[in-house]
Structures are given as C-alpha cells and as structure tokens.
Ligand binder design. Structure first.
Ligand code: MIC
Ligand code: SF4
Length: 640
C-alpha cells in the first residue's frame, strides 16, 4: 500500500515512536514561527529555559498582531521580543512587514520541512507541501530549545480535487465548501491532504488559502503536494533552490476520503457566527452591507489583491459601504504600488491600512452597531470584530470586491469577465524589514523588559485530591475568543496575564473572574469542541491564574487541550455525554486518589452536591501524564 505525503514527511522527521494512527510520536521541527500576541509568552519561556542556541534550522519572530501601539505596551513587547530573538539566534520581522503566515510562505517555507508556529493558522505553510502545525507558545519555545515536538499521529483525510473552478469562484469557496461538509470539528485528530487532478489548477497562494482555513476544521494541519506550481511560486520569490517535488504515492490510501468537484462549486459565504455555517451567495440573497474588509492571512496575497483591484478599477465603492484593505506583506504592497493597482484601489474609495492582522483580530475597523460586514478572513465568531452585535460573513476576495461596489451581497458570476492575473510575477528581493540575529554573545545583549511584561503564571504538582466548584457551565463550540477575548482593548495586555484574567469569559459571563476568586479552586464544564479557534495559551493561563483545576467537556479542540495540559489543568471528557446535564453551576466535584486514578484512561469524579459518581476520559499519553503530574510542562521539563 502506498504512502500519503503527510506520513512521508512525518516519517522523515521521526525522532521517537512509530507512525501508527493514535500513537504518540516525537518529530524533528525544522522551522518555527511566532507572532507578537503569543510571542511574549514564548520568549519569556525561552529565556527561562536558559539555552545557548536554538536547535531549529530557522526560527522567525513576526510582529503583526499588536501593531496599533495605542500605548507603550505593544512597543515594549516588540522591543522585548526583538531583544530575546537576537540573544537566541531568531530572525525578527519588524511591524509593517506583514502577516506572519503570508511572510513565512514568501520567505522561508520549504516543501517537505516541518514548521511549528504559535498561531493556529500556521498550516498555511501546507500550501507549499510542508507539515506546518499550530501550537501553544510553550510548545514552540520548547521546539526552539530542543528541536522537537510530540503529537499523537493523526488520521489522514484525503480530499481529491477534480475539475476546475469557474470564473468568480475561488480557493476560498473550496474551503468554505469543505467546511460545510465536515464542520468546525470534522478535522479534529486529522491531517487533511489534498490530491487529485484539480490540484494543478491552483496556485500556491490558492492552496495556502485552503490550508490556512484547515484550522477552522480543527485539523492538525492540511497540505498540498509540491509540484510545478510550487516551483513557479518559489522562483517568483527568488528561492527556486528551495524546491523539491513531493507527492503521495499513486496508490496511497487515506483513512477517510472526500471528493470535491471544482466545476460544480459556486460562490459561497460563511454566515454569522461560525465558519461552517455556509450557504451560497445566491441563497443568502442581496442583503445590504455596511463594511467590507479584505485581507488577513487567508486572503491577502498578491493575486487576491490584484483580483480586487481589477474589479474596483474605474468603479466606486458604494456610498453606504466602508471598504478596508490590509495587504499581506510589504512586498505585495510595494508591488501594487509599482504596477498602479494601489492607485486603482484608492481611487475607487478603498481605505488601505497597514500590512498586519488588523481588523481580523479586532485591532481597529470594528463595524457599526448591528452592521453586516463581509470579510475575506477565516473566523466570524460573535464579537471577534469588536462589535458584539455585528453580523460577519466570510467570503472570497472576488465576492467582497463586487459587493463593495454594489452595496449588497453580490454573486459576481455573469457580471463581467475577470482579467487573467499571473499569481507568480517575480518579486524583487527586499529584506529591509528583517533584523538578523546579533552575532555577539548572548550575555552581551540585554533583555528589554517593559513594565507591562509580567511573569507567566505557574502551576504546582498534582495533589492526591483534586476538588473544585463548577464556576461556569458553557455550551458547544466555545472558542478561545470566548475564553480570553482579544481586541484593541485587550491585546496590549497579552504579556500581563493577571490583568487579562479580569476579562476571562467576559462575553459569556461577566461574573466568571469574581466567582473563581470566591471558589478558590474552580472547574469549568463545557460542551463539544471546547476551545476551538486560536492557539493562544492565554485561554489556559488566565483560567490557571484564576484557580481553575480542571475543564470537563464533551470534546476538546486540539491546541487548547494541549495548552491546558501544558498549564497543568486537567482536560477531562464525559464518558457519557448525558452526565453533562447532571452538573450545575456551584456543584462541588472531587477526584479522590487523583495521583493513582490519573494513570488510567478513565477516572471517576464524585459530585458532592448530588452524590453521583461519573466516569470521565483522560486518555493521557505518557508525556501528557508526566506534565499533569508535575503541574505543567515547565515543571515537567525542570524535573528531568
Ligand atoms: C487568531 O486568529 O485568533 C490569532 C489572534 O491569530 C490567534 C493567536 C492569538 O490569539 O494570539 C491564533 O489564531 O492562534
Ligand atoms: Fe492574524 Fe487573523 Fe491570521 Fe490570526 S487569523 S494570524 S489574527 S490575520
């Protein structure tokens, strides 16, 4: 039986364990990336590990999330990250260079390599044929220090692409279609591997749009083969030497299969408030729109923005619409400026803003109350835009641009012929936004520590009796945006967990922090796919700071479960989902004889308020168990 590409790359990087689905393996990590809003924690942790030199082939620290600098906090964070990066041999990408995933694709991604990033959309690199995985900051710090990462071998979902997209239908519609088929939890525990004849009809940036939003499926990563289009992309970036052809064996078998016929796809949108709430633009109809935002790590590539400028050229943005565009990188913006496309955008009435995450994470451009906002982004969770009652629809750049002109949601098919755009026009080399690590000894480079940077909270070793009061009972699909909101008001405090924790769960239950304080030890109860969305470990660190000991849910999203374990908080899953109904806010739960029980895949919890005993699943791997026993990853590392 032939091998899929994902397993071939994993096999080449295997350090420990055997490549069998569900088994824990350790793989070599070739590259890491961090961004600033998770980065300060990463570099605090890296500093604490006191290593001489990082062990990866290349590690890059990007600044792209907190670029508003409304006070000194963000600038201090940037200076801190720059100083620690330099001390450890990490490349630093200055604010204004662009969005980490777009930049990594352009400058550093290499087919067949592994990449670990402290951002959930790191799988964007899969568009280049990499195994690119998003993880919590601490995992990335350890990957830099040790050059490895451990994970349970995922299943592989093979998605066969056949046919070719019709005009006005694009890569975004492919991934929205996949989301409609397998939902935001359908990718958990899986790698999504694209193959089939339709692959060669997609450019690398098209592929990257698709692998980027594999994060919304909950997948460990998504990837494409590396082929002629990969070579063309790398050549355009001046890096043809990084090209290697890679593909699955012709007779590769996948654990699960899905066929997507590109000929049949039509323009789609994810309706509020979930990326899998997908319908066709035709069905949704011409709803009036107030804002259009084009950009983010999903759709801010050169070809995306060239398509947008071609649609807007000589046209006028509708008087009731605010159109905002954030290019993916400085190289892209510079190219748009040189070839005149930037003028076409501005002349049509677009607001062109900084090359950064910007509105995608609520850093400005929040829509008006009750607005309809069309965004080319990847997440439309309630409140993420910064406006709690806004309705955000996720669409392709083509749909966004034509709708911005018409003032209503518009299916562009049949309107006019889109010109051909070469996605891979050569880019001039420019590294003026990059700071290379200093060659002088580490001890001669001071760590720049601003007053807002506080130490990260640490747990203590597991005690034999674990008890706590249920301080929150949440529903299904709780996002990390729900747990630890991030917007222009709170992102400046990513280095200050004590302050941030005052806002934990604020959109779901404002009294959560106070209730935790009153309870001393707390337990959170939740539904399915708990912790979906971002990789931010703050969604574990803030609860840790507030005394949360365990989170008991119907199922977890992958990265958040790992972040809880890294923090020494027990992630527990109901063996019988019906037991969720028997637990209420204020109940007291206890795990007796926890030190022994925890070694079993099933643990008993007693509800002291009802007297009922229930079974919960732990299923910890060997490494996870040792972290839980030690009270988190840092304690576990110190103990070996
Ligand atoms: C996101 O898109 O939610 C973020 C902001 O990029 C996060 C990282 C963070 O919270 O800092 C992610 O996707 O991991
Ligand atoms: Fe930035 Fe948005 Fe991409 Fe997250 S999803 S990395 S906030 S652009």
């Amino acid at each position: 039986m032939g091998k899929c590409l994902a397993y071939k790359i994993l096999e080449n990087h295997l350090v420990h364990g055997s490549l069998k689905e569900g088994q824990e393996v350790t793989i070599k990590i070739d590259q890491t990336l961090t961004q600033d809003s998770t980065g300060t924690m990463v570099y605090l942790q890296l500093e604490a590990m006191d290593i001489d030199k990082i062990r990866t082939e290349i590690s890059v620290a990007y600044i792209d999330h907190n670029t508003l600098q409304t006070g000194y906090e963000n600038a201090d964070d940037h200076a801190f990250i720059k100083s620690v990066a330099s001390r450890h041999g990490v490349l630093f990408s200055k604010p204004g260079n662009g969005i980490c995933h777009q930049l990594h694709l352009e400058n550093f991604g290499i087919p067949g390599k592994t990449l670990l990033g402290s951002d959930s959309h790191t799988p964007t690199g899969g568009g280049l044929g990499m195994i690119a995985i998003g993880a919590g900051g601490l995992d990335v710090a350890v990957a830099m220090a040790q050059g490895t990462y451990s994970l349970n071998v995922p299943k592989v979902l093979g998605i066969e692409l056949v046919g070719q997209l019709k005009p006005w239908v694009s890569a975004k519609d492919i991934i929205l279609y996949v989301l409609s088929q397998i939902t935001v939890k359908g990718g958990v525990g899986k790698i999504v591997e694209y193959h089939g004849p339709g692959v060669e009809t997609l450019s690398v940036t098209d592929r990257a749009t698709i692998t980027n939003m594999g994060a919304e499926l909950g997948a460990t990563t998504s990837l494409f083969p590396s082929d002629k289009n990969t070579q063309t992309f790398l050549r355009a970036q001046g890096r043809e030497q990084d090209y290697t052809p890679l593909s699955a064996d012709a007779d590769a078998l996948y654990d699960e299969m899905l066929i997507v016929n590109l000929d049949e796809l039509i323009p789609l949108a994810a309706k509020p408030h979930s990326p899998d709430n997908v319908d066709s633009i035709e069905n949704i109809g011409p709803i009036k729109i107030d804002q259009v935002a084009i950009g983010s790590c999903t759709n801010s590539s050169y070809s995306d923005l060239m398509k947008v400028s071609a649609i807007l050229k000589g046209q006028k943005v509708h008087e009731d619409v605010s159109l905002v565009i954030s290019p993916g990188s400085s190289k892209i913006l510079s190219k748009l400026a040189c070839n005149g496309a930037l003028a076409d955008l501005i002349d049509a009435g677009a607001r062109v803003i900084e090359n950064a995450c910007g509105p995608c994470i609520g850093m400005g451009q929040s829509p008006k109350s009750g607005a309809v906002s069309l965004r080319t982004f990847n997440r439309n969770f309630k409140g993420r835009s910064g406006t709690i009652d806004a309705d955000v629809y996720l669409v392709s750049p083509e749909t966004a641009a034509i709708s911005a002109i018409k003032g209503v949601l518009t299916d562009g098919r049949g309107s006019f012929n889109l010109p051909f755009i070469n996605p891979d026009e050569p880019f001039a080399f420019n590294d003026h936004f990059l700071v290379y690590p200093n060659k002088i000894p580490k001890q001669d480079i001071p760590v720049m520590m601003g007053p807002n940077i506080k130490p990260f909270p640490q747990n203590t070793a597991l005690k034999n009796e674990l008890s706590g009061i249920v301080v929150l009972k949440a529903g299904n699909n709780i996002t990390t945006d729900d747990i630890m909101p991030s917007d222009s008001r709170l992102l400046p405090y990513r280095s200050n967990v004590p302050y941030l924790s005052n806002f934990c769960f604020e959109r779901i239950d404002k009294n959560f922090p106070a209730r935790c304080q009153a309870a001393t030890n707390g337990i959170i109860v939740g539904g399915e796919n708990y912790g979906q969305g971002s990789s931010r470990e703050h969604a574990a660190l803030a609860p840790l700071y507030l005394g949360i000991k365990a989170v008991l849910v119907k199922s977890f999203a992958r990265i958040h479960r790992s972040n809880l374990i890294n923090s020494g908080i027990l992630p527990l899953v109901f063996e019988d989902e019906k037991d969720y109904d028997g637990i209420d806010l204020g109940h007291e739960l206890i795990i007796e004889n926890a030190l022994n029980q925890i070694k079993n895949p099933i643990v008993q919890i007693k509800n002291l308020s009802t007297g009922k005993v229930i079974n919960v699943i732990t299923n910890f791997s060997e490494i996870e168990l040792s972290m839980i026993q030690a009270g988190g990853k840092i304690n576990q590392i110190k103990s070996v």
